[in-house]
Write a protein that binds this ligand. Structure first.
Ligand code: PMT
Length: 211
């Protein structure tokens, strides 16, 4: 099967030296890419900036911004059987990126932000993707309810929900604990290394029946 996996944070520039980002290390997405390759699949990893090595045998497209990730995903969907969108894409970006470094002036500085394109939400409705679609949900409360809402709104086959308020899992940690949310049921994967969690997610992804 052919997998497309997104990973890492995005960086939304404010000026030539500053950007808005988040704490995603890319580990979960890179572990998914490594696990899918280990299981013999063809894998394309599209990632925001991280310090990780690309797993051996995995095709790789580096991006920085949400817009670049959106464009790369849209352009690379041909022949993809399973898309897993694990990246922590910025939801907002500065309306204007200053051409020169913003100088210190007043005591406060107001930034105007606008929504970034919704990659997961565009997969079915804009890109016409018909393969298996797996999204992530990073939540701090009502994890299953919010995850299930995303499953329906974004027309996913499965949502991997993690509680990112729990210490030791989620953003920038070596382990994770997730709930796989399907239309009719849920599967809890207890805390383990991201590599072990990734292998289980790939196993689940490959047995989702084609719609
Ligand atoms: O990178 P690590 O340090 O290993 O951390 C792993 C993780 C916590 C980042 C990962 O497990 C995780 O939860 N990834 C999703 C993070 C996220 O942004 O979740 P969300 O609930 O805001 O987004 C929901 C889904 O929409 C995700 O599939 C996301 O990739 C996607 N999205 C979000 C915004 C946007 N503009 N386009 C998108 O496609």
């Amino acid at each position: 099967m052919k997998f497309l996996i997104t990973a890492g944070p995005t960086r939304e520039p404010l000026d030539p030296v500053r950007y808005l980002t988040n704490r995603s290390s890319g580990r979960m997405g890179y572990a998914l890419a490594g696990a899918a390759r280990h299981e013999g699949h063809e894998v394309l990893l599209i990632s925001g900036p991280t310090t990780l090595d690309v797993p051996a045998g995995v095709d790789f497209i580096p991006v920085e911004t949400a817009q670049q990730m959106y464009d790369a995903v849209r352009d690379m969907l041909r022949g993809v059987d399973v898309a897993i969108l694990c990246a922590a894409v910025a939801d907002y970006r500065p309306v204007v990126c200053a051409g020169q470094k913003i100088k210190k002036q007043a005591d406060t500085l107001l930034l105007e932000l606008e929504r970034t394109p919704d990659i997961l939400g565009s997969m079915r409705s804009v890109f016409g993707f018909t393969g298996k679609l797996i999204g992530f949900a990073a939540e701090t409360n009502d994890v299953i309810a919010y995850g299930r809402d995303k499953l329906l709104r974004k027309q996913c086959d499965m949502i991997v929900a993690n509680d990112v308020s729990k210490p030791g899992i989620g953003f920038d940690s070596r382990e994770n604990e997730v709930v796989l949310i399907y239309p009719e049921h849920e599967v809890h994967l207890p805390q383990d290394t991201k590599e072990h969690i990734a292998l289980q997610i790939i196993e689940h992804a490959t047995i989702i029946p084609s719609s």
